[in-house]
Design a protein around this ligand. Structure first.
Ligand code: HEC
Ligand code: HEC
Ligand code: HEC
Ligand code: HEC
Ligand code: HEC
Ligand code: HEC
Length: 426
C-alpha cells in the first residue's frame, strides 16, 4: 500500500513539474514572438499604422482584436493586392472603407514573421487597454491636478452635516435625561391644561434656542463649519481663476477639423505651417483654403464667407482686394504675455505630438481648449518627460558646443542657438 501511494506522489510531482516547465517555456516563447514582432512592426508598418489610432490605415490594435481569422490576416499582410484581385469580401470591404488607399505588399514576410507582428500588436493593445482601465476616469493627464478634488469637498460637507445632526440628537437626549432625573428626584411636573401647554411649548422653544446660542461649544462648531465651507469654496474658485479649459467659442466659419484633419487626413502642418519652425503654430491664411475651395463646395454659403473675406468673385474668378475684409477667427489658446511658449521646441526638438497638448483635434467639429495651460501643467510635463537626445540636431549642436568648451576652444552665443529668431522674438 505504502509503495503505491509513494509512486502516486512521485508521479503527480513530475506531472506538476512538466506542466510548470511547459508554462514557462510557452511564456518565453510568446515573449520572443512579441519582441521580434515589435521590431518588424516598427520597421514596416508604422508609416501607415498605429496601434491605437487610425492613420493612413486602420488602428491595428482594435482591428486585429476584432478580426480573429489569422489565416486571412496573414494572407492580407503578405499580399493584400492578391486578395483584392480575388474579390475576397473582407478585403474589398476594408479596401473601400479606406477609399482604396492601398497597402504595401509584404511578400518578404514569412508566416512566422506575420504571426509575431500580430502577437505583438495584440499584446500591446491589451496593455494599453489595461492601462486605460487603471487610469482614473476623465482621461487627460492634464486634468489630473485641479486643486482639491470635489470628492474631498463633498466628503467634508457630508461630515459636517452628519456631525451637526449628531449634536442635535445628543442635545435632545440630554434634555430628556435631565427631565427624567428631575422626575425621579421628586420634583413632580405640574399637570397643565391644553392652552397652557401650547403657550408653554412656545416659551420652551424660545428657551431652547437661547440655550443653544449660549452653548459656546456649539456656536464655535457652527462658525468653524461655516469657515471651512467658505474656505474650500474660495480655494476652488481661486484655483480655477483664468483657467479656460474646455473653452469652445463659436467661429465665424463652420470649419471642421473632424472633416479636414480627420476624415480627409490633411496634415496639421499643411495649415499650421509654422508649428515646426517657430514659436507660433499660426492660423492659416484663407489662401490655403482656396487651394481646394476655389473648386470644392463653391455653392456653400460657408465657403462664400471665404470668398467674401478675400474679395473673390467665383463667377469671374478674380480677386478685388478693396472688398476684402479678413475673417476674425476667435483665438482659443492664449497664454498671458509673461509666459513664453515655443511650438518648434516642443514639436520639432521634443517630438511631442500636437494631440498631447491639444487633444484629439482631428475628431473635433469645433476646437476647444483641451489642456488647462496652467504653469503647473507646463512644470509637471517638464518633470516627467524624458528628453530624447539621440539623432536630434538641437542636442547634437549642444553636445558639440560642450565638447568645444571642454577642450578650451572658443564658443560663441551663436553656437548655442543665439541667432535663432525665436530665441529673441515673440
Ligand atoms: C503604405 C501604407 C501601409 C503600410 C506600410 C502598411 N499598411 Fe496595412 N493598411 C493600409 C491601408 C490603407 C489599409 C486599409 C485597406 C486599404 O485601403 O488597402 C490597411 C489595412 C490593414 C489591415 C486590415 C485588414 C483587414 O481586413 O482587417 C491590416 C491587418 C494591416 N493593414 C496590417 C499591416 C501590417 C502588419 C503592416 C506592416 C507589415 C502594414 N499593414 C503596413 C496601409 C498600410
Ligand atoms: C485645412 C486647414 C487645417 C488643418 C489641416 C488643421 N487645422 Fe487647426 N485650425 C485651422 C483653422 C482655420 C483654425 C481656426 C478656426 C478654429 O479654431 O476652428 C484652426 C484652429 C486650431 C486650433 C485652435 C487655435 C486657437 O485659436 O487657439 C488648434 C489647437 C488646432 N487648429 C490644431 C490643429 C491640429 C492638431 C491639427 C492636425 C490634427 C490641425 N489643427 C489641422 C485650420 C486647420
Ligand atoms: C485639401 C483640400 C481642402 C482644404 C485645404 C480646405 N478644405 Fe474645406 N473642404 C474640403 C472638401 C473636399 C470639403 C467638402 C466635403 C463634402 O463634400 O462635404 C470641404 C468642406 C468645407 C466646409 C463645409 C462646407 C459645407 O457647406 O458643407 C467648410 C466650411 C470648409 N471646408 C472650410 C474650409 C476652410 C476655412 C479652409 C481653410 C482653413 C478649408 N476648408 C480648407 C477640402 C478642403
Ligand atoms: C507642449 C504642448 C503643445 C504642443 C505639443 C502643441 N501645442 Fe499648440 N499650443 C500650445 C500652447 C501652450 C498654446 C498657446 C500659445 C500662446 O498663447 O502663446 C498653443 C497654441 C496653438 C495654436 C493657436 C495659435 C498659436 O500659434 O498660438 C495653434 C493653431 C496650435 N497651438 C496648433 C498646434 C499644432 C498644429 C501642433 C502640432 C504640430 C501643436 N499646436 C502642438 C501647446 C502645444
Ligand atoms: C507634453 C509635455 C510638455 C508640456 C505640456 C510643456 N512642455 Fe515645455 N518642454 C517639453 C519638453 C519635452 C521640452 C524639451 C524639448 C527639447 O528641447 O528636447 C520642453 C522645453 C521647453 C522649453 C525650453 C527649455 C530650454 O532649456 O530651452 C521652454 C521654454 C518650455 N518648454 C516652455 C513650456 C511652457 C511655457 C509650457 C506651458 C504653457 C510648456 N513648456 C508645456 C515638454 C512639455
Ligand atoms: C539676439 C536676438 C535676436 C535674434 C536672434 C533675432 N532678432 Fe530680430 N530683432 C532683435 C531686436 C532687439 C530687434 C529690435 C531692434 C530695434 O528696434 O532697433 C529686432 C528687430 C527685428 C525686426 C524688425 C521689427 C520691427 O518692427 O522693426 C525684424 C523683422 C526681425 N528682427 C526679424 C528677425 C528674424 C527673421 C530673425 C531670425 C532670422 C531675427 N530677427 C533674429 C533681436 C533679435
Amino acid at each position: 500500500m505504502r509503495n503505491i501511494s509513494l509512486i502516486l506522489k512521485q508521479f503527480s510531482r513530475s506531472v506538476l513539474l512538466v506542466a510548470g516547465l511547459a508554462v514557462c517555456g510557452f511564456n518565453a516563447h510568446a515573449q520572443a514572438d512579441a519582441a521580434k514582432g515589435e521590431a518588424l512592426f516598427k520597421a514596416k508598418c508604422t508609416a501607415c499604422h498605429k496601434i491605437d489610432v487610425r492613420m493612413t490605415g486602420p488602428a491595428l490594435g482594435p482591428q486585429l482584436t476584432q478580426e480573429t481569422d489569422d489565416a486571412y490576416l496573414t494572407k492580407w499582410i503578405q499580399n493584400n493586392q492578391a486578395l483584392i484581385a480575388a474579390k475576397n469580401p473582407k478585403a474589398l470591404k476594408i479596401y473601400n472603407e479606406f477609399n482604396q488607399a492601398g497597402m504595401t505588399v509584404f511578400s518578404e514576410l514569412s508566416d512566422a514573421d506575420v504571426g509575431n507582428i500580430i502577437t505583438y500588436v495584440r499584446t500591446e493593445w491589451k496593455k494599453m487597454q489595461d492601462e486605460k482601465a487603471k487610469a482614473p476616469a476623465g482621461g487627460s493627464a492634464a486634468a489630473e491636478d485641479q486643486g482639491p478634488s470635489s470628492v474631498i469637498i463633498w466628503g467634508l460637507l457630508g461630515v459636517i452635516v452628519i456631525a451637526f445632526i449628531v449634536i442635535l440628537v445628543l442635545n435632545k437626549v440630554i434634555a430628556t435625561l435631565e427631565r427624567l432625573l428631575l422626575n425621579k428626584g421628586g420634583v413632580a411636573l405640574i399637570e397643565e391644561s391644553e392652552d397652557d401647554e401650547a403657550a408653554k411649548a412656545k416659551a420652551n422653544r424660545a428657551e431652547v434656542f437661547k440655550k443653544l446660542i449660549k452653548n459656546k461649544k456649539l456656536v464655535f462648531f457652527v462658525v468653524l463649519c461655516g469657515t471651512i465651507a467658505l474656505g474650500s469654496w474660495q480655494w476652488v474658485t481661486m484655483w480655477n481663476t483664468n483657467v479656460h479649459q474646455g473653452y469652445q467659442p463659436v467661429q465665424p466659419i463652420k470649419y471642421s477639423h473632424e472633416l479636414h484633419a480627420g476624415a480627409m487626413k490633411i496634415e496639421c502642418q499643411y495649415c499650421h505651417v509654422a508649428a515646426f519652425k517657430g514659436k507660433n503654430a499660426s492660423i492659416p491664411s484663407l489662401n490655403i483654403c482656396m487651394n481646394c475651395h476655389k473648386s470644392v463646395k463653391t455653392e456653400s454659403p460657408e465657403i462664400h464667407k471665404i470668398y467674401d473675406a478675400l474679395g473673390y468673385d467665383p463667377n469671374t474668378a478674380k480677386y478685388d482686394s478693396t472688398k476684402a475684409k479678413p475673417i476674425q477667427w476667435v483665438r482659443i489658446h492664449n497664454l498671458p504675455d509673461l509666459a513664453y511658449f515655443n511650438h518648434s521646441q516642443h514639436v520639432k526638438v521634443g517630438g511631442i505630438k500636437c494631440q498631447t497638448c491639444h487633444g484629439q483635434v482631428q475628431e473635433m467639429k469645433e476646437v476647444y481648449q483641451y489642456s488647462p495651460l496652467t504653469m503647473k501643467w507646463c512644470i509637471q510635463c517638464h518633470r516627467r518627460t524624458e528628453v530624447n537626445g539621440k539623432g536630434n540636431a538641437y542636442y547634437d549642436s549642444i553636445l558639440a558646443a560642450h565638447d568645444k568648451i571642454k577642450k578650451g576652444e572658443k564658443v560663441t552665443a551663436a553656437v548655442l542657438g543665439g541667432i535663432e529668431c525665436a530665441k529673441c522674438h515673440y
